[in-house]
Each structure stands twice: as C-alpha cells, then as structure tokens.
Design a protein around this ligand. Structure first.
Ligand code: HGY
Ligand code: MN
Ligand code: MN
Length: 416
C-alpha cells in the first residue's frame, strides 16, 4: 500500500476548535467535563458530533447499543471500511480529551481528506462507542464489548446505575438507541487515537506512543456486611464494623499491588458505606477493586490473594463478605501490521515516538478481537487524566491526529 506523502497534514486549529466546542457540552465544575454516558449531556454531545459529520458529507449509522458510525464512501463499495474513533462519554470529573480526541481526531481526518479531495479505496467510518468509561454503568467499554461479542446485549441493557435506572431505558430515553444490529458491521481495520493518561511520553519528550499492547483489567465488587449500631454507646468488643473491614481490605489491595511491582497496579475508586451516618457504625460497605497488569498470571494471582486475604480479615472480625466480578479483560496484543502503520507514520512525519503498553482500557482492546486494531497515543500534562485538570498541547493533539491520518489513509489505500 502506497504511503501518503510526509506533507499530508491535518488542520490543527480546526481540530483544537472542535475539541473546545465539544468541551462546552456537559461542563465540569473545574474546567473539565461531566458528560456521563446516556445522560442528556451525552445526547447533546452526540447531536453536535452528528451535525459535524453530516456537514462533512458523512452518513450516520446507529446500532442498538447507541454506537455511532459516520461513513465516508470509498471508491470500492465492497471493500470493508477502515474504522477510526473512540468515545465521547466522560468521567464525572473527567477531562476534555479522554476519548474525545479520538473521535474528533477521526472527524478531522475526514475534513482533511475532503479539503484535499483525496479518495480512498476502502470507505472510512468515524466511530463513537457508547459507555467506554463504565462509571455510571459498569463495566467499562460496555458497548464495544457487546459489539465484539463479549457481552450479551440484554445483560448490558439491564445494567443499573446508582439510582436504579437501567442502561437500555436511559439509552432509549435520550433518543440514541438505533435499529442496526450491534456487531453486524465488519471492519478492514480499527485505529484509536487516545491521550496516554500516564506520564511516560511527556517525561521522555516523545510526541507519539506506538501502542503495542494494552494491560489487562479486573474489577471485583466487594460487599462487606457487619451490624449498624451506635458509635457512642456500643462497646468496642461488640462492634461489627463493616467500614473498618473495608479499610483493612483496601490496605491489603495496596499491599498486593506493591507485592507484584512493577507489573501491577491496584486501588478502589468506587467506595460506599451504609448508612453513611456520622453516628452509626457502618453495617455495610460496598467497593470495587481495580487490579491491572500486562501479565494475565499477575492479575489472576492478585484476584486470588484478594479473595483469600479479605475473607480472612472478615472471618477474624465476624463480618460477612461477598465478591462479584463486574468487569475485566485479558492483556491485549495489537495487530502487528496496524502497529507498523502507526510507527511508520510517526517516522515519516518526523515525530519522536516509542513503543508503549496502554495502562488504561480502551474500546480498541475489545475491537482487537474482531478486527486488526492499533492505537496512537499522545502525551498529556503530568500524565494526569480522569481529573478535570487533564491537559494536552495543541502540538500533541496535531501530532497524534496526523499519525492517525497517515495510518488510516495508508490502510484505506489512496486512489488516484
Ligand atoms: O478504566 C479505564 O481504563 C478506562 O478509562 N475506561
Ligand atoms: Mn478513554
Ligand atoms: Mn477514561
């Protein structure tokens, strides 16, 4: 496949303007975003994306999980499309670039090809995957997981948020539940541009991360039960303190991750105690343990140590404990051909680059099961993400989108 010339560049200002425009929808309280999945704000963001896609001459497909597919025709209608995209939903205290850069970077590719009247043999489809974050509805990468055949759609529709609202009902309520069968689409390849969400690229002064692998993830929801009682009048020996049990287990989670250093991370970001009253000993604690590692055997060992150690803590304290696996995927190795297209693009464009393993999960990790897939990463300031202060530079956004452009166009085969 002929590679595009090194002077094929995107319009960095236009990409940056699009990012800032999208960031106005579902603003956070500290400069970031709170555009959680299947909320009204998510619906607004989708509508803006659709408007831009239609203005760029794309036709929009929508499947039964709300995944959006904006198609630019190729010269060969029978050729499988090259897909490019990420997610528009954000964390409750999310940044402006996590996911969004990958979707709007895909749109910028289309806008650039239109400007230059470049045709490709394969169609190109810009994609927005529903509920990548997994915050309001666990697990993360829910809709790309259904698309890849990992989750059943009915199970996904029944997932409930903290207020007991079902995912399928909310998707329908915001008007973004499509008719197209999820997973019916076949892909020639899939590329995802994403911020690193870690410190490596910035620390090493690299413009581009060539993502060869994605570390695996395990989410275990733990429920510890004790006995609610008065914080003042209940003698210490009589207490069944579920909150204290949780605190000890959280200390164990940290120990387990450090025990496997440097190949493991562990924490709990979701934590609830009941009744959460100042003068009541918690009778129940519910929290989700997030373990990750590039090595499957390390993830499995961490899960086993958690169950054994947490059970022993609760037995000792006279507390009940239940475990439920609520998310996870094995470590991922991306497609060598697509990864090479990304690396060659960075070389051709004169961007410094290094191979990198993705610390975060992405839709690409599931799509890698059904199509040749690779990711492009750009640095982010202080490696910070899942924080409203998440920041990137215009130069980094431009570099990432240009590498994405070259990898996608080379794979889609320029015609004429
Ligand atoms: O959890 C993750 O890694 C992703 O940000 N959803
Ligand atoms: Mn993301
Ligand atoms: Mn995220």
């Amino acid at each position: 496949m002929a590679a595009p010339g090194e002077n094929l560049r995107i319009n960095g200002e236009r990409l940056w303007d699009a990012l800032m425009e999208m960031a106005k929808i579902g603003p956070g309280v500290a400069g970031g975003n709170n555009r959680q999945t299947v909320t009204d704000e998510d619906g607004e963001g989708r509508a803006l994306f659709q408007k831009w896609c239609e203005a760029a001459g794309l036709t929009m497909g929508l499947d039964t999980m709300g995944n959006m597919f904006a198609r630019r025709e190729g010269t060969d209608p029978d050729a499988l499309p090259v897909y490019v995209g990420s997610h528009l939903d954000t964390q409750p205290t999310g940044g402006k670039y996590d996911g969004v850069l990958g979707v709007l970077g895909g749109l910028e590719i289309i806008r650039t090809l239109n400007d230059l009247d470049i045709k490709t043999r394969h169609p190109i489809v810009v994609t927005n995957w529903t509920n990548e974050e997994g915050t309001r509805y666990a697990p993360a990468m829910l809709a790309s997981g259904v698309f890849a055949g990992v989750h059943e759609q009915d199970w996904a529709y029944a997932r409930e948020d903290a207020d007991g609202k079902a995912f399928g009902d909310e998707l329908e309520r915001i008007g973004w539940k499509g008719d197209e069968e999820v997973g019916a689409r076949k892909m020639h390849a899939f590329f995802e541009l994403h911020i690193e969400q870690g410190p490596i690229l910035e620390a090493e002064g690299k413009d581009i991360g060539v993502v060869t692998h994605g570390q695996g993830l395990s989410w275990t929801q733990v429920t510890i039960t004790g006995k609610e009682s008065h914080t003042g009048s209940t003698p210490m020996p009589m207490r069944k303190n579920a909150g204290l049990g949780m605190a000890k287990v959280l200390g164990l989670v940290d120990e387990i991750a450090w025990w496997h250093k440097p190949d493991a991370v562990g924490a709990a970001g979701h934590i609830e105690v009941y009744p959460n009253s100042r003068n009541v000993i918690p009778g129940k604690a519910v929290f989700t343990v997030d373990f990750r590692s590039p090595k499957l055997e390390v993830i499995q060992d961490m899960e086993a140590r958690l169950r054994k150690g947490a059970q022993a803590i609760c037995d000792e304290m006279g507390l009940g404990i239940e475990f439920e696996k609520v998310g996870g995927f094995d470590p991922v190795e991306f497609d060598a051909g697509c990864v090479t297209a990304v690396r060659n693009a960075a070389e051709r464009l004169g961007y410094s680059h290094r191979n990198i393993i993705s610390g975060a999960g992405h839709d690409a990790c599931w799509i890698n099961r059904v199509a040749p897939t690779a990711m492009v990463m750009c640095p982010c300031v202080d490696g910070l993400s899942h924080n409203e202060a998440e920041e990137i530079s215009r130069e980094w956004a431009t570099a990432g989108a240009e590498v994405l452009l070259h990898a996608v166009v080379e794979t889609a085969e320029v015609v004429g």
